[in-house]
Design a protein around this ligand. Structure first.
Ligand code: ADP
Length: 383
């Protein structure tokens, strides 16, 4: 890590012979503020409205490897972030367009072709009163170590899930067959039948977990390349309904479709939309004991709205705020008796953000749930 003496940008003014006391106070306050900013471990850069540097601290100068006083320079003379694939970022434009604070964790700063750091950057407009922007404040942090740990974790998950997939699939198939043959043979050994069912359920759970983990690690690495293609909403709804019919009737549930006549085809990722809806359907069937599950489609100004509704156990307000978190499962008697990884909706929300889609949930404990996926038509520039 580069080390440099911390530079105070503004040296204190020489005190005039008899300064008025409010001037002394103001000067003292200014010096206090400067030492506070200079003591921060994060880099700070304050810009005026024309994106010229007004204040920097030692941490920012260290991180950007700057020796001279940059006050008055334009921000792009000092800070030139690159995207992960080495393309320059148009930071000036992004800052100028910011009306609200935003952050990025995906850019790099390159000192040389081989010496790079991962940058955390936060940009906040500073309001000078009457809602007008008076400048911007940038916060910088070197997150190279965190990023490499994340990368190692993702690599680990990806290798482990890949290695586990084959043996689990084989074991799942064999157990499923053994269970079926045993039941068909109608031998009166209920303990063995129960053991086989239990083993089969557990291995199915493992197979789901491995699938979710591997989709997740690919989504988090940004490896899932979204391919925008024509998506026929009605056809997808019909296909999904027939694929899940057996699962629903096993639980004596009705499975209905609702497709609006005016619902047109759009451009999006049929693969991801299907994966997300499959997740909604699996949950709807899993968390419903009586009644019906509906998969439907209606027009939505920016694209298509798909929904899956059920007459199941519902979700209370506290849980509905958390069900998209990784590994979160509502704690109730029903979830305790059904297998689940708590990853399905987390993965669904990751996939949705990759295709500029939004998920909405309406639910009431005991009154069923409706999960809606608002899919933007990517051909018309999204929503
Ligand atoms: P899981 O594998 O547990 O189903 P998910 O991420 O798919 O994981 O869902 C998270 C939690 O959200 C579930 O454990 C359940 O508590 C709740 N949930 C999801 N869908 C429904 C639904 N249709 N009805 C009731 N609860 C649901």
């Amino acid at each position: 890590m580069r080390s440099k003496n911390i530079k105070t940008m503004d040296e204190p003014h020489r005190a005039p012979s008899a300064p008025p006391s409010d001037k002394v106070d103001a000067e003292l306050n200014r010096q206090r503020l400067m030492s506070l900013i200079n003591s921060m471990a994060d880099g700070v850069i304050a810009l005026d409205i024309k994106l010229r540097i007004v204040i920097t601290n030692g941490a920012a100068l260290n991180m950007l490897n700057i020796n001279n006083d940059p006050v008055g320079q334009s921000v792009d003379q000092l800070l030139r972030p690159l995207t992960a694939d080495g393309q320059p970022v148009d930071l000036q434009r992004l800052i100028r367009e910011s009306t609200r604070p935003w952050t990025s964790r995906d850019w790099l700063i390159a000192y040389s072709p081989t010496d790079k750091i991962n940058l955390y950057l936060s940009v906040s407009p500073v309001h000078s009163g009457y809602g007008r922007a008076g400048g911007y404040v940038l916060l910088l942090r070197d997150i190279t170590r965190e990023k490499s740990l994340e990368q190692e974790k993702d690599d680990f998950i990806s290798v482990v899930s890949h290695e586990l997939r084959t043996p689990i699939t084989i074991a799942e198939g064999s157990l499923g067959n053994a269970e079926l043959l045993f039941k068909r043979a109608a031998v009166d050994l209920p303990d063995i039948a129960a053991m086989l069912t239990q083993a089969h359920n557990q291995i199915t759970f493992l197979a789901d977990l491995v699938n979710d983990l591997s989709t997740l690690s690919r989504a988090e690495r940004g490896r899932l390349q979204m391919s925008a293609q024509p998506l026929n909403g009605r056809q997808l709804v019909e296909e999904l309904a027939s694929a899940y019919l057996a699962q629903a009737s096993n639980k004596h549930l009705l499975l209905q479709t609702e497709t609006s006549a005016s619902a047109e085809a759009i451009t999006s990722s049929p693969l991801y939309v299907r994966e997300i809806l499959q997740n909604f359907l699996t949950n709807a069937i899993k968390y419903t004991e009586k009644g019906k599950v509906v998969i439907g489609l209606r027009p939505y100004p920016a694209g298509l709205a798909f929904y899956v509704s059920d007459t199941g156990i519902g979700i209370d307000r506290h849980d509905s705020q958390r069900i998209f978190e990784r590994f979160y499962r509502a704690d109730n008697s029903h979830t305790r008796h059904t297998s689940g990884t708590g990853l399905g909706l987390y993965v669904a929300s990751k996939l949705a953000s990759l295709i500029k889609a939004r998920i909405e949930v309406k639910s009431r404990p005991g009154g069923g749930s409706t999960f809606t996926l608002l899919v933007a038509d990517l051909a018309s520039g999204g929503h």
